[in-house]
Design a protein around this ligand. Structure first.
Ligand code: ADP
Ligand code: TYD
Length: 208
């Protein structure tokens, strides 16, 4: 099988990290070379930027500065982690990628979609072969994220209206990119979602 790039997207608490990990573990168990990574982060430099961007007061960074930090982190992640593994024929599974910037910096935290698209074209320039959107109502996502609450709380303190707008934004992106996106209902049992995700991922990997 050739390398393939699969991203998982969704609101906080939607279950995308869980599903990304299960897909990774299932691929490895079947002997398919895979790498699990995440954004912001996924390389040493990008993890340093992650700590800067996710911690501290809500007004620590302006939306514009945030966009630059997320893009810098993604560029490092792409250079150091994603491209080398795709070149080696691995399936790279990424927990969040550029769609998160389109939604958070482009729509809910800033009105910067034109800048997001320009920076993406200039500095990133690739899209996943498959993006799995784990869709969940904002109330349920917030309840799960709150129950799990950890150190990176700078964004999760931002409330229900933001989560609702983000959910709507992700669904609109999926409608605009129907070939790349697969939308899956995240309100079901984890194992049921995982089987569903497996089917779409294997079909897309095989098509590469
Ligand atoms: P995300 O990465 O989208 O924020 P996580 O995968 O970290 O979401 O899941 C958030 C929380 O919800 C975790 O505590 C996780 O165990 C739980 N969870 C994940 N998937 C489900 C599911 N299908 N049903 C119920 N709880 C879930
Ligand atoms: P993450 O650790 O994936 O949070 P969660 O598992 O709770 O979904 O992401 C941290 C936050 O970073 C999340 O609220 C979304 C935000 N984010 C952006 O605003 N822009 C981006 O480009 C990325 C990748 C994430």
């Amino acid at each position: 099988m050739a390398g393939a790039f699969i991203s998982f997207e969704g609101i906080d608490g939607s279950g995308k990290s869980t599903q990304a990990r299960v897909l990774f573990e299932t691929l490895v168990a079947k002997g398919i070379p895979a790498h699990l990574t995440r954004e912001p982060g996924g390389s040493a430099g990008a993890e340093d930027i992650r700590a800067l961007v996710l911690n501290g007061a809500a007004d620590r960074w302006s939306p514009e500065t945030e966009l630059l930090l997320f893009t810098a982190a993604r560029r490092d992640h792409l250079e150091k982690t994603i491209r080398p593994r795709l070149a080696a024929g691995k399936v790279v599974i990424c927990d969040r990628f550029a769609d998160s910037t389109r939604i958070y910096q482009g729509l809910t935290r800033g009105d910067l979609r034109a800048s997001v698209d320009a920076l993406h074209a200039l500095m990133i320039g690739i899209e996943p072969d498959l993006t799995v959107l784990i869709d969940l109502p904002a109330e349920a996502g917030l309840a799960r994220a709150t129950a799990r609450a950890g150190a990176d709380m700078r964004f999760e303190g931002m409330g229900l209206a933001v989560q609702q707008a983000a959910r709507g934004g992700f669904l609109a992106l999926a409608r605009a990119n129907p070939t790349r996106f697969a939308v899956r209902d995240g309100a079901r049992d984890q194992a049921v979602i995982a089987r569903d995700v497996w089917d779409v991922a294997v079909a897309r990997i095989a098509a590469r």
